[in-house]
Write a protein that binds this ligand. Structure first.
Ligand code: SAM
Length: 295
């Protein structure tokens, strides 16, 4: 039974509080998807019709498919991720390709691999501040043959070294991970206000450093896998007030999921939505003012 903090959040934010709480309790909202890395392999999977935000190189698995167990997985033909991660990362689709892309919070590598596929950057930097998470990151990049440079640095160090160089920066931020419950994983304290506030503060620090990486006209993608507005919308509102040269971008492909909890464009997915788009998450795409140069 979801605790009192989850029930409070449901009553305040969820479009259908009862269905949301039932999804948390059932823990069955994960929707595996595969991100194909090449064009040449014919899919052996049964898949679902794509929602408007799903790019052609992603396939959402029908119930019962286990893509992680297919030999094509170990051969690096695709990367497996939850469909709600695709919802977040697909905000990148349509951005200019090439240039330098920095993934500030990269492990285990899903968004880095997505950025490689969607943007074909000239330089791709996958950073992970927690040393023991570098192994899974480098392993996934190697298996999927993604030519990224890996780093293990605090965002403040990156911001100094790579100041003003990135056309696109990804901050798939460490968060309270409330959606893990909808995937059937334990996450005690995910809804506790102290935890939520501490995650929000950490996200603000990471994002403020990450703005320094952006080249003029560059894009910052901020995403989480949690539902609280203290993370998500309120973090974006704080960032926009601190950096008035940033502007939140409309995402027409995500329009059906526009958050009603912000005056600027930002998008959230609930675990009880549609025919099962995954465990849920949040995304906002911000652009720094200025003319984009060839970086
Ligand atoms: N983007 C990854 C993907 O798609 O596979 C998932 C990233 S996960 C949501 C957040 C990552 O942020 C974790 O790998 C975590 O170790 C990292 N992290 C934790 N604290 C951080 C900090 N202070 N600064 C930067 N990254 C941090």
């Amino acid at each position: 039974m979801p605790n009192k903090y989850a029930r409070k959040l449901a009553a305040k934010l969820a479009p259908d509080p009862a269905a949301f709480l039932a999804a948390l309790e059932a823990g069955k909202s994960a929707r595996p998807a595969v991100l194909w890395l090449g064009e040449s392999v014919e899919s052996p999977f049964e898949s679902l019709p794509p929602p408007p935000w799903q790019p052609a190189f992603v396939e959402a698995m029908a119930d019962g498919e286990r893509p992680g167990r297919n030999p094509l997985h170990d051969q690096g033909a695709y990367y497996c991720l939850d469909l709600s991660s695709v919802f977040e990362a697909s905000a990148l689709c349509g951005l200019p390709s090439g240039g330098t892309v920095v993934d500030v919070c990269a492990a285990p590598g899903g968004k880095t691999i997505f950025a490689h596929r969607a943007l074909a950057p000239e330089r791709l930097i996958a950073n992970e501040v927690i040393g023991k998470r570098l192994g899974p990151l480098t392993g996934n990049l190697r298996r999927c043959q993604v030519p990224a440079e890996t780093r293990c640095a605090d965002p403040s160090v990156l911001a100094t070294e790579l100041a003003g160089q990135a056309r696109v920066v990804l901050v798939d931020a460490p968060c309270s991970g409330q959606s893990l419950l909808a995937r059937g994983q334990d996450n005690p304290g995910a809804f506790h206000p102290v935890n939520v506030n501490s995650c929000a503060n950490r996200q603000k620090r990471i994002l403020a450093e990450s703005v320094g990486l952006l080249a003029p006209g560059g894009f910052l993608l901020y995403s989480t896998c949690t539902y609280a507005t203290e993370e998500n919308e309120e973090v974006v509102a704080w960032l926009l007030s601190r950096f008035p040269e940033l502007m939140a971008q409309e995402l027409p492909s995500h329009a059906a999921h526009r958050s009603p909890h912000a005056s600027f464009p930002s998008y959230r997915l609930w675990p009880d939505e549609g025919r099962g788009f995954g465990a849920g998450g949040f995304v906002a795409l911000l652009q720094l003012s200025g003319i984009q140069k060839c970086v």
